[in-house]
Every structure is written in C-alpha cells, then in structure tokens.
Write a protein that binds this ligand. Structure first.
Ligand code: PGA
Length: 286
C-alpha cells in the first residue's frame, strides 16, 4: 500500500510540473479542416487467418466512395499480408506495435524495416495495453515513434489517462507529459506522419465511452499542447482520434465535435457490420 501511495504521489508530483497553461486562446478548428480517419485495432484477434480474411473483406465491403473518411486496420503480424491483399486498397493495413531496432539479437522483435519491405507503412505506438501489460516506457514509445518516422512510415500515437488520474483532474497534465515525452525529437515537418489517438484508459474495453463533451475538451487541450510544442499549422493539420468503447451508437455524437477527427476502435472493429456503421458515421448537427 505504502509503495502504491508513494508511486501515485510521484506521478502526481511529476504531472503537476507539467500543468498546461495554454499561452493563447486558439480558435476552434473544424472537422472539415482534416479528413476523418476511422481506424480499428484488432489486438490479439481473431484466432485464425481464415477469420481474419473474412472479417477484413466484410470491412472493406463497407467502404464506398461515399464513406466520409480514410479507414485503417491495425492487426496482428501473421495476418498482415493476406489481409492487405483481401482489402484491395480500400483499407490501410498497419501493425499494432514495432520493435525500435533495425535488426539484431532481439528475439521476437519486428522492425519497421521488415514491415516496410512488405508494403506496410503504418503502426500504432503507445497503446495503453502495451504500456501496462508490456511495461513500455514513454522513452521506448518515443524511440518507436522516431524509428517509424525516420524510416518514412506513419504512426498513430496512443495517449490517455487512467481512471485514477481522471478522478484527480490530471487529464490535461497526463496528455501533456505523454505528448511531450513520446514526440521528443519529432520535427514539425515529421508531424505530418503522426496521428494522435486519445484513449482514456478507463474507457477501453469497458463499455464506458467518454461523452462527446469530455472527449472534445481533451482533444482541444491536446491540440493546444501540440500548438505550444510546434505551431498552429501543425496543430490544425494533426488528426486526433478518440478511442475507448466507440460503438455504432456513440460514433455520430463523437464525430460531430470539431476537434474529434476520427476513432480508434477495438471491440467493435471485430464485427464488420458494427465497424461498417462506424466507418459510415452520420453527420449530425450540433
Ligand atoms: P475498445 O478498444 O474500442 O474495445 O474500447 C479501443 C482500443 O483499445 O484501442
């Protein structure tokens, strides 16, 4: 208990030193400024290659000329090539993580160069499950981002607070810490290769989706942090996705918010009709 309490105190102390004080009040940006980006994260699913191809084909069939945005799926390594050919260019296929090394004695590792040689140019970094279950640190996530970017690839950097941090009002500070640490060394020009996914950990896989209002507030804060780290143009061009229990029922309300540019979907991306509905979200007037 004592150890847990002191770890929490340290987190709070380090978070407080990062309290965000936006230097200026920025105008709202609007979705029309950025093309929507609907993405799925299959995690350790499905179990077989046959199921992966069927699911991907069903998802690709849901994408049409009238779909509002770009679509990508982040999937397990063994399925990359067969799913890539099954979706026939309608969906971008990416990896769920990478090893931040080019080659060498790293058993179990997969380097961005290997992925690139297969035509895979996207990967997630910093998903909360990798942070907690695999103990990936902010520094390691930063190395992964840099490795992808420097090899001409694109990264969806996942950030977000735990329930405890949310309840203590530390959301802005946690996002600032993660953005600053995970994007250290990334140049303004390289930010074109970066998408951010804000995923509150308490909303992932729990069925507790953040309200559009909460998500919008945090997305706006993240955009302000990016503007402070870089400039307004970089902030306005950067797509910020929301992730955490997104469903066909919640997607329209989320996508109506000006700073929510897309979604990172776990559970519902394993069902082609649910994910198809999310891909073809409807524009609702606010
Ligand atoms: P979920 O997962 O949609 O099942 O909550 C989201 C994620 O982990 O990216």
């Amino acid at each position: 208990m004592k150890v847990a309490a002191s770890i929490l105190a340290a987190v709070i102390a380090s978070a407080s030193s990062f309290v965000v004080q936006p230097q200026n009040t920025r105008r709202d940006t609007f979705l029309s400024a950025r093309k929507p980006f609907i993405t799925g994260n299959w995690k350790l699913n499905p179990t077989t290659k046959k199921e992966a191809i069927e699911l991907a084909t069903g998802i690709a069939n849901a994408v049409s000329d009238s779909s509002p945005g770009d679509v990508a799926l982040f999937i397990p390594y063994p399925f990359l090539e067969s799913v890539e050919s099954a979706v026939d260019g309608k969906v971008t296929i990416g990896a769920e993580f990478i090893t931040a090394e080019e080659s060498g004695a790293f058993t179990g590792g997969v380097s961005p160069l290997m992925l690139k040689s297969m035509g895979i140019e996207w990967a997630l970094a910093g998903h909360s499950e990798r942070r907690t279950l695999n103990g990936e640190s902010d520094e390691e996530i930063n190395e992964q981002c840099l490795m992808l970017i420097e090899n001409g690839m694109n990264v969806v950097l996942c950030i977000g607070e735990t329930l405890e941090e949310f309840e203590k009002g530390l959301v802005d500070s946690v996002c600032a810490i993660q953005l600053k640490k995970n994007l250290a060394g990334v140049t303004p020009e390289q930010m074109k290769q970066v998408t951010i996914a804000y995923e509150p950990v308490w909303a992932i896989g729990t069925g507790k989706v953040a309200t559009p209002e909460i998500a919008q507030d945090v997305h706006k804060v993240c955009r302000d942090i990016i503007a402070d780290m870089y400039d307004e143009t970089v902030a306005d061009e950067c797509r910020i996705l929301y992730g955490g229990s997104v469903s066909p029922e919640s997607v329209d309300g989320l996508m109506a918010k000006p700073d929510i540019d897309g979604t990172l979907v776990g559970g519902a991306s394993l069902d082609d009709s649910k994910f198809g509905r999310i891909i073809n979200f409807e524009t609702v007037e606010e």
